[in-house]
Write a protein that binds this ligand. Structure first.
Ligand SMILES: [Mg+2]
Length: 259
């Protein structure tokens, strides 16, 4: 349900006048009904179940394989660089990359080092078993399936995970913030995800994510519907009101049925 989008028309939508608001906001105003054409998912904590990971310990393990004589110091430097870049993303919405992490840490990683790093993540990246049947259902409904992830990883790392879990072919378009200048909740990140799935109307998109600020607030701000799948480690953002809250992905279709 969108407010304040008076005058937008199109073949897949219609509007009605509301004399009063059922949600505490004064009318009259126009509510716009739009056929949903795409569902775009966050990745970490959404398509893949949330894992609490000790990042510095993970780096220490990788560094121990390749630089055993200075593993602790190098891991600390890499983690400090990564944390600093994530904090900068939180402050500015500018995206960051693993290359920037290594540059800050003064490391030129080998292919073997990178392979070890991504292997170390393997136990934490398994796709929720409810995802393949859900994505097939969405595609059978004629919906486009997208992914928008705040990530420093390159596309190849994400596609390896999706291919491993047999879902890569079920995704019509994906945007990884490492490939664009912005991260969620910057509106341009959401617009890039819409372009990736070939939909130009945010009102025809549903965004599903686990972060009230980055995902729900960000999606709502550009005019998408937003579904929250909460996990306990993500901070709340009280003013982000999702259109639905689900506890597991298999609950999504019954909400789509009402839209
Ligand atoms: Mg997430």
């Amino acid at each position: 349900m969108l407010r304040g989008r008076v005058g937008l028309t199109g073949p897949a939508e219609h509007s009605r006048r509301c004399p009063t608001s059922a949600e505490g906001i004064g009318g009259p105003f126009t509510i716009r009904f739009v056929t949903i054409r795409a569902v775009i998912f966050d990745w970490g904590g959404t398509l893949t179940p949330w894992h609490t990971v000790d990042h510095e310990a993970l780096w220490r393990g990788v560094c121990g394989q390749h630089f055993p004589e200075r593993a602790d110091a190098l891991a600390a430097a890499i983690w400090a660089a990564e944390l600093g870049l994530w904090q900068a993303t939180g402050d500015t919405r500018a995206s960051a990359t693993l290359d920037q992490v290594f540059d800050r840490a003064g490391l030129v990683p080998t292919e073997a080092f990178l392979a070890s790093y991504f292997e170390a993540w393997d136990p934490h990246t398994f796709t929720d078993p409810e995802v393949p049947p859900l994505l097939r259902d969405l595609r059978e409904r004629g919906l486009r399936v997208g992914v928008l992830s705040n990530t420093m990883w390159p596309r190849s790392a994400h596609e390896r995970v999706f291919a491993r879990d047999d879902v890569l072919g079920l995704i019509d378009g994906a945007v990884y913030s490492s490939e664009i200048p912005w991260a969620k909740p910057h509106p341009k990140a959401f617009l890039a995800a819409m372009a990736a799935v070939g939909v130009d109307d945010p009102g025809a998109c549903v965004f599903v994510g686990d972060r009230p600020y980055d995902d729900v607030h960000g999606a709502k701000r550009v005019g998408m519907r937003a579904v929250l799948i909460p996990n306990s480690d993500v901070p709340p953002f009280e003013s982000a009101a999702p259109d639905a809250v689900i506890t597991r992905l298999s609950e999504l279709p019954r909400h789509l049925d009402t839209w």
